[in-house]
Ligand binder design. Structure first.
Ligand SMILES: Nc1nc2c(c(=O)[nH]1)N[C@H]1C(S)=C(S)[C@@H](COP(=O)(O)OP(=O)(O)OC[C@H]3O[C@@H](n4cnc5c(=O)[nH]c(N)nc54)[C@H](O)[C@@H]3O)O[C@H]1N2
Ligand SMILES: Nc1nc2c(c(=O)[nH]1)N[C@H]1C(S)=C(S)[C@@H](COP(=O)(O)OP(=O)(O)OC[C@H]3O[C@@H](n4cnc5c(=O)[nH]c(N)nc54)[C@H](O)[C@@H]3O)O[C@H]1N2
Ligand code: SF4
Ligand SMILES: [Mo]
Length: 746
């Protein structure tokens, strides 16, 4: 029997609504859902290959447990027993702090990843938490934490209403957008230009996005902070800084920013940035002159040497040009599962460094340590060494610096468990692999991306296809893992205990909070009123009802509940973004703190780099993404491989000539962490002095089960890094703009 079902796509941040055609429990087709309130029918090639990805024969269907050195299929009960035993042995001997946790990117794309990791970390009592954030957007969290007092209050570009969009280190024509959840980003860029708006792209690579721009500026990689500082300098020097009356009453530190920018005149940074001073002035003047404008920075502005400074300057520019918290500018989304807004006022503020990494003393940020120090935390002997690791939806052997070292370190762990559907470069080291079901058998709700979306909507899709016999849903896997850690994971352990605990904790807090819609009510009665067929659905119901649009358990009978949402399978539109200052602020002063001390303290480092000018390595490397690829885990889907989606090193003709390289030739690329060999692709789309390699490749290790990916394995660009190059404020690895040497191989 053929039927259709709706499923929000979990494959990138655009969160498109898909209509799946299902034949005998198998997805045979995926189309964009034209009635979806957020995506209105948009789909990309990855979404279109949902069926192939879902039914990949290499997906693990049963848990694997290591016995006598070999991973072999086992029952779930055997697998959880092995987890309890393995983690139990380590925690009994060395405490929960000897267990690390690595959370990879798909955790922000699954219901389970949004609900359970906090409870897992608490159950372990560990401070050794690592995530993909320190390979990605952590600088933006730090900048938001310092500016607004809440590291998760990240303003997004109001794409539908802006008239002037400046993209820095972002390639949304390919990535479909990030920290700016917008289905059909390409269509929104076209619409911007159709309504007479302008698109400016700052990127050392003439990407597809840059080619669609009115103005493309190609700076030297890693120099954006200086470029943005120079723009700020021009705003002050030419009397163009005007935050606007609404913001002005909630803004502190403007004069301090003026002083910090004093040394960064366009002429002072031009050589360092490789951008003429006049061009920098024009960028600043155009931004100030535009009626509704917004600056937005992404990976090329975060995973870089001055990532936090650049992320901060993006919002400094938005604030100083009157575009922060204003339609068409940079605005704060309000998610349906966020806590209902509380009255404005001073908060606790944000600080980092509550603890430090053991080996190289890197500060904690948002409860995490840098992913780049995971290997040394395992392989450096001494008190407090990590002896066990829980990896959920991550492949750090490919995605983090120095994969070879991490690969060896993982192999030496006393115990490792992976929650992952694939046996890949990382999970091959696990003692137990717990495979979640394919996406067609999982429910979807975007906890993370609804806090980053360019329009407020709420959508939930239950699992389109029932679980295979004997399979466990990912929420249940997480809950059982937590119970195993707590020593309550014996046969028949009830995952609902974990959900119940989270529900009661939240209700206890809310009923005691005078500003909560349920203040003073009976927590047990509220718990009994929750609906939902599973523990995770009851938690979603709870969050929706206590959220900004919720029914408050009867306080607003028209408000949101899970039942109400289930009656609207294409979602509910909650309208365009609305101004949220001051209610969103949680700084100690209660205002936007435009010149935080921690940021000011990092400015001398930038000043020193600028003083060194253009003198620097002859060649630096940057990354690139491909539309038919996603980080490290989609190279096993035949529909998405081949063609132009290949692991080549791109280089400018001038550099190729200097280095004696020709198209198609093998090049040896050397960095501080090692060397790799890749085919050369010559292109003048790059700025001279820049080489470019995609990440997520290098599928040639033994003991994996990635049949397709192994056919064209590529090489791991992160092998060029040794893990020491970080943005100091955020602990984020420098993945763009690091020095390399390239020469003809063999
Ligand atoms: N040089 C360089 N390195 C980079 C980057 C770069 O631009 N350049 N980008 C960085 C960025 S932005 C990121 S986010 C990281 C990503 O790096 P990681 O966080 O390591 O993520 P992936 O490489 O996507 O690996 C995802 C893993 O999750 C598994 N998985 C897929 N679906 C599910 C699911 O539903 N449940 C579970 N439990 N597991 C699932 C996959 O099999 C795979 O093992 O890479 C970073 N590394
Ligand atoms: N198709 C596809 N989509 C994806 C992913 C994928 O792997 N494939 N990954 C997803 C993930 S995890 C993320 S985090 C997002 C990332 O989303 P984006 O940030 O939009 O994607 P990138 O392609 O990494 O874009 C970074 C851009 O920065 C440029 N750049 C590099 N160094 C510098 C620099 O120093 N300065 C400036 N100004 N620019 C620089 C690069 O040339 C590149 O064009 O994409 C998501 N979407
Ligand atoms: S753009 Fe992203 S969310 Fe939309 S279909 Fe493609 S992969 Fe899925
Ligand atoms: Mo990412």
């Amino acid at each position: 029997m053929t039927r259709t079902a709706l499923r929000i796509c979990p494959l990138c941040e655009a969160t498109c609504g898909l209509t799946l055609t299902i034949d005998e429990g198998r997805v045979t087709r995926a189309r964009g859902d034209a009635a979806d309130v957020f995506s209105a029918g948009f789909i990309c090639p990855k979404g279109a290959s949902f069926g192939q990805l879902d039914s990949d024969p290499d997906r693990l269907r049963r848990p694997l447990v290591r016995r006598g050195g070999q991973l072999a299929e086992a029952t779930w009960e055997e697998a959880f027993a092995a987890v309890a035993e393995g983690l139990g042995a380590v925690t009994r001997a060395h405490g929960g702090t000897a267990v690390g946790v690595f959370l990879g990117n798909p955790n922000v794309h699954t219901v389970a990843g949004g609900l359970y990791p906090g409870q897992l970390i608490a159950a372990l009592g560990t401070r050794s938490v690592f995530t993909a954030s320190t390979l990605d957007q952590m600088p933006k969290h730090v900048s938001s934490g310092l500016l607004f007092g809440d590291p998760n209050a990240i303003p997004v570009p109001d794409l539908d209403r802006t008239g002037h969009l400046v993209l820095i280190g972002a390639n949304p024509m390919v990535s479909n957008g990030s920290l700016a959840t917008a289905a059909d980003f390409p269509g929104k860029l076209k619409a911007l230009r159709r309504r007479g708006g302008r698109l400016v792209v700052i990127d050392p690579h003439r990407t597809r996005t840059a080619r669609a721009a009115d103005r493309h500026v190609a700076p030297r990689p890693g120099t954006d902070a200086a470029l943005l500082f120079a723009m700020v300098h021009v705003l002050f020097a030419e009397d163009l800084a005007d935050p606007g009356t609404e913001l002005a009453g909630h803004l502190g530190g403007v004069e301090e920013v003026r002083a910090l920018a004093a040394d960064f005149a366009p002429e002072a940074v031009a050589a360092y940035c490789g951008v003429p001073a006049d061009e920098i002035r024009t960028l600043a003047r155009e931004l100030a002159a535009a009626e509704r404008a917004v600056v937005y920075g992404r990976l090329g502005s975060t995973a870089v040497e001055f990532g936090t400074l650049a992320s901060w300057l993006v919002d400094v520019l938005n604030a100083l040009t009157g575009n922060l918290d204003r339609p068409g500018g940079a605005m704060f989304p309000l998610s349906a599962t966020a806590r209902a807004p509380r009255p404005a006022g001073p908060g606790k503020g944000f600080a980092t460094g509550r603890w430090h990494s053991r080996v190289s003393g890197r500060p904690e940020v948002k409860g995490e340590l840098p992913a780049a120090v995971l290997a040394e935390e395992i392989d450096t002997p001494g008190e407090g060494r990590l002896r066990a690791l829980v990896v959920v939806a991550g492949n750090p052997v490919l995605s983090a610096p120095d994969g070879r070292r991490l690969d060896r370190a993982l192999g030496a762990l006393d115990f490792m468990v992976s929650v992952d559907p694939y046996l890949n470069e990382t999970s091959r080291h696990a003692h137990v692999v717990l495979p979640p079901p394919p996406p067609a058998q999982s429910a979807h709700y975007d906890f993370a991306f609804s806090t980053l979306a360019v329009r407020n909507t709420v959508r939930y899709t239950p699992p389109p296809v029932p679980l295979d016999d004997g399979a466990l849903g990912e929420p249940e896997i997480h809950a059982r893992l937590i119970l195993a850690v707590l020593g309550q994971g014996g046969p028949g352990a009830d995952p609902a205990l974990v959900d119940g605990q989270a529900i009661r904790r939240r209700l206890d807090r809310e009923t005691a909070d005078p500003n909560s819609p349920v203040h003073g009510r009976d927590a047990a009665a509220l718990e009994a009123a929750l609906t939902g067929r599973t523990g995770y659905e009851r938690r979603i119901d709870l969050m929706l009802r206590l959220g900004p649009y919720g029914d408050g358990f009867g306080a607003d009978p028209e408000g949101l509940t899970l039942e109400g949402l289930l009656r609207r399978p294409h979602g509910i539109d909650l309208g365009p973004l609305r101004p949220r200052i001051p209610e969103v602020l949680r700084t100690r002063s209660g205002a936007v703190e435009l010149a935080p001390e921690a940021v000011a303290a990092d400015v001398p480092r930038l000043r020193a780099a600028v003083a060194a000018g253009a003198a620097g390595p002859a060649l630096v490397l940057i990354g690139r993404r491909h539309l038919r690829s996603n980080n490290s885990w989609m190279h096993n889907v035949p529909a998405l491989t081949g063609g132009s989606n290949r692991c080549t090193v791109q280089i400018h003709p001038v550099d190729a000539e200097r280095l004696g390289l020709a198209d198609g030739m093998q090049a040896r690329i050397k960095g501080d962490g090692g060397e790799i060999t890749a085919p050369v692709e010559i292109t003048d789309a790059l700025r001279p002095g820049v080489a470019c390699l995609p990440h997520g490749w290098g599928h040639d290790r033994e003991g994996t089960r990635l049949t397709e990916a192994a056919r064209e394995p590529g090489v791991n660009v992160n092998q060029l890094l040794d893990g020491t190059l970080l943005d100091p404020l955020s602990g984020t690895a420098v993945l763009n703009g690091f020095p390399v040497q390239v020469e003809a191989a063999g």
